[in-house]
Write a protein that binds this ligand. Sequence first.
Ligand SMILES: [Fe+2]
Ligand SMILES: [Fe+2]
Length: 268
Amino acid sequence: MRILFIGDIFGEPGRSAVRELLPGIRKEHRIDFVIANGENAAGGMGITPVIAQELFSAGIGVITSGNHIWKYKEIIEFLKIEPKLLRPLNYPPDVPGSGSVIVDTPKGKIGVVNVMGRTFLSGIECPFRCGLDEVNRVKEKTNIILMDIHAEATSEKVAMGWFLDGMVSAVVGTHTHVQTADERVLPGGTAYITDAGMTGPRDSVIGVKKEIIIKKFLTQVPVSFEVAKGDQIFCAVIIEVDESSGKSRGIQRLQIEVKMTGEENHGS
Ligand SMILES: [Fe+2]
Ligand SMILES: [Fe+2]
């Protein structure tokens, strides 16, 4: 099974890159299933039900998320009825939504588990213990399991990769929006990357208009974010999994630029 995992889709530029590139990538790389982190899909922060549907219609099978999932209140009701939109698993009990899902594909069932790290993020439940319990539950139904660990600290993501090596097909990091070059298949057969990267405006500070963030660093005065414009970057990984064992054979990074032309490239 060939799985495409798309890094944090950021605002309309990210969604536009997905619309433009996904059909071709699916064909060229013979992709069987697509997963994307959508926590920044609406205006750079959060996701709405309409935008989630738009991403499903574009060919994304499961949307994972992270700390920004709660930005729009209408997503709370949507999380209760749409199992293919995940919020991090390790929120306390009674939080709406689910942190994992099992989906049928033409090549068999795939389980997707979404956890969030705790270093420099909210002090939620332990992603390692919660993640392992969930992986064990999912493993009763399928060996093909991908975990999105949405975390700030590289060390926490690397540790999760080693912790689950041999237990899951892939551990893919998200949240920091900059693709790392450490993709590999670990000795137990788990494909790993610290960050899949961002799909959104390229000339930005992790998606936001660069001038705003530079000003914030210079002045320390809070600013309101604005999605950057201009050329886009599509960041993803392709993971090839042996369907019977659930072990990965390979992981490949993708970074594709989408050049904007004429008026689209201007504006602030
Ligand atoms: Fe993000
Ligand atoms: Fe995040």
